[in-house]
Ligand binder design. Structure first.
Ligand code: AMP
Ligand code: ZN
Length: 112
């Protein structure tokens, strides 16, 4: 499968890793849009939120237990935003489920 995030998980493409365990990887976004911009991904290939179901939602729950720890470790003590883009209207560019952790400055109220 030609998935850039699966290649990062496999170590075929380098990443600036901030957290890893058996099910989850977090790394710095290559094109940060905020002072802190981290992506958190499941190690299993799930294409988007549209593909989350009862069989794989445990890894999504696990991601959400790790996000606060990853955010605090990155210095986001005054809040942050968690975003996932799903499908074309949301401009999802990588078809492997990922959660953006964004912060390090006051973010705009408008989200779209
Ligand atoms: P999205 O538009 O929500 O699909 O977000 C994809 C994100 O992946 C973008 O913010 C890209 O900057 C980021 N990205 C793409 N390739 C890489 C890479 N090799 N390493 C780190 N981040 C990447
Ligand atoms: Zn993938």
């Amino acid at each position: 499968m030609d998935c850039i995030f699966c290649k990062i998980i496999a170590g075929e493409i380098p990443s600036n890793k901030v957290y890893e365990d058996d099910r989850v990887l977090a790394f710095r976004d290559i094109n940060p849009q905020t002072p802190v911009h981290i992506l958190v991904i499941p190690k299993q290939h799930i294409a988007s939120v549209d593909e989350v179901n009862a069989d794989n939602s445990d890894v999504v729950a696990h991601i959400f237990t790790m996000i606060p720890k990853i955010a605090k470790e990155a210095g986001l003590t005054n809040g942050y935003r968690v975003i996932t883009n799903c499908g074309d209207d949301a401009c999802q560019s990588v078809k492997h489920l990922h959660f953006h952790i964004m912060g390090g400055r006051k973010l705009p109220e408008n989200m779209g």
